[in-house]
Ligand binder design. Structure first.
Ligand SMILES: *Cc1c(COP(=O)(O)O)cnc(C)c1O
Length: 365
């Protein structure tokens, strides 16, 4: 069936970006973060393409179980989640590591009577104040779990609140806090998200947790990534067909509430994509759209199923042509800035009705 909107997912690009993370953190193991359906890219395909990662992390137990059902044998980590005895039993049965972020979680773990060993990543709150234990709680948790026969491997982790800031102060403080809190404790350490992998090498330690960079989006301004020769490739390219073209006169408006009015005689193209597909409703007039390699701009409010685009400066545009909303040749980060959001939200908002078309699937088994 021909689709009017598609999200092409380039699995070779995903593997390329994983190699970039490995290049930047050569002495660390990689826990590839594929929560939220691999940031909207499709969790099972992403997991298969990331077979050479040392582990895969998700935020919901359902996703970890889906991966096991699909035959994914890699190490899996369940990040911050509600750990009751049922979910812990499912984790133990399915060999899923758990992040434990409070003493209630430790209590539940100690009370569980699994015969299988469970690997535990103890989470320290180094300043984000969302999840994690303070230094005292962490030490107590470590001690209580160390002597417990059904606890296997133990690790120590924390999460940065501002690794994407150009000012390193907060990340340095959080790193210090983590190192102090965990001093002398046995177990591997894991701190860095994508931004820290890129600009804070001192945080790499035993494991790193790249997310957004695997999908080819840069959490930092491009000037920083140039320093590292970082070359990320976009994994998702979102496309939609042009289904109408019309000329409008100066002074005429397009879309709801006349948010945009022509200041010159304008060629206006209507594209079959809208906020119900995940195109951000807050995208401003002037948000770029790529049509046959040329930049056109959004003109008027985003509707549920449609947008209008000023193609006056483009050549050779016809009904039925495909436009790129982000991806190849048009970074999602740029679109995000026009919609006052981040690439993470664009990717995870691409809705169910948009088919994901996987390309470069060769090396996937
Ligand atoms: C989402 C997440 C990551 C990955 O962050 P990116 O900014 O996408 O690299 C790492 N660790 C934790 C705990 C997360 O929730």
């Amino acid at each position: 069936m021909p689709h009017t909107v598609t999200a092409t997912i380039d699995l070779a690009a995903l593997r390329h970006n994983l190699q970039q993370a490995k290049r930047l953190a050569p002495n660390s193991r990689i826990m590839a973060v594929i929560k939220a359906d691999a940031y909207g890219h499709g969790i099972v395909a992403a997991a298969k393409a990331l077979a050479s990662a040392d582990g895969l992390a998700v935020a919901r137990l359902e996703e970890a179980l889906t991966l096991r059902k699909q035959g994914i044998n890699q190490r899996l980590l369940l990040l911050g989640s509600f750990l009751d005895s049922n979910s812990l039993a499912l984790c133990a049965d399915n060999n899923i590591d758990v992040a434990v972020h409070n003493s209630a979680g430790v209590d539940t773990l100690l009370a569980s009577r699994s015969h299988k060993q469970l690997a535990v990543w103890l989470k320290h709150d180094s300043g984000m104040h969302r999840l994690g234990m303070n230094a005292l709680e962490l030490r107590s948790a470590h001690q209580r779990l160390s002597s417990c026969s059904h606890i296997g491997d133990m690790g120590l982790m924390t999460h940065f609140s501002a690794a994407d800031d150009l000012d390193p102060h907060t990340t340095q403080q959080q790193t210090q806090s983590f190192l102090q809190a965990t001093e002398g404790l046995t177990g591997f350490s894991c701190l860095a998200n994508s931004a820290a992998i890129i600009q804070h090498p001192q945080t790499h330690l035993d494991w790193v947790r790249p997310g957004i960079m695997l999908y080819g989006a840069n959490p930092l301004p491009p000037t920083i990534t140039k320093l590292n020769n970082l070359e990320l490739q976009p994994v998702m390219t979102l496309r939609a067909k042009i289904i109408a073209i019309r000329p409008i006169a100066t002074g005429e408006s397009a879309g709801y509430n006349e948010r945009w009015t022509a200041t010159r005689p304008t060629q206006l193209a209507t594209l079959a994509i809208g906020y119900a597909d995940g195109y951000p409703r807050h995208a401003r007039n002037g948000t770029p759209v790529l049509i046959n390699g040329q930049r056109a701009v959004l003109a008027g409010r985003v509707s549920m199923d449609l947008i209008t685009v000023d193609i006056s400066d483009c050549h050779e545009v016809n009904i039925g042509d495909e436009a790129i909303l982000w991806g190849q040749g048009l970074p999602a980060e740029e679109i995000a800035s026009y919609a006052d959001t981040i690439s993470y939200q664009l990717f995870t908002s691409v809705s169910k009705r948009v088919p994901r078309i996987y390309i470069n699937t060769e090396s996937i088994v």
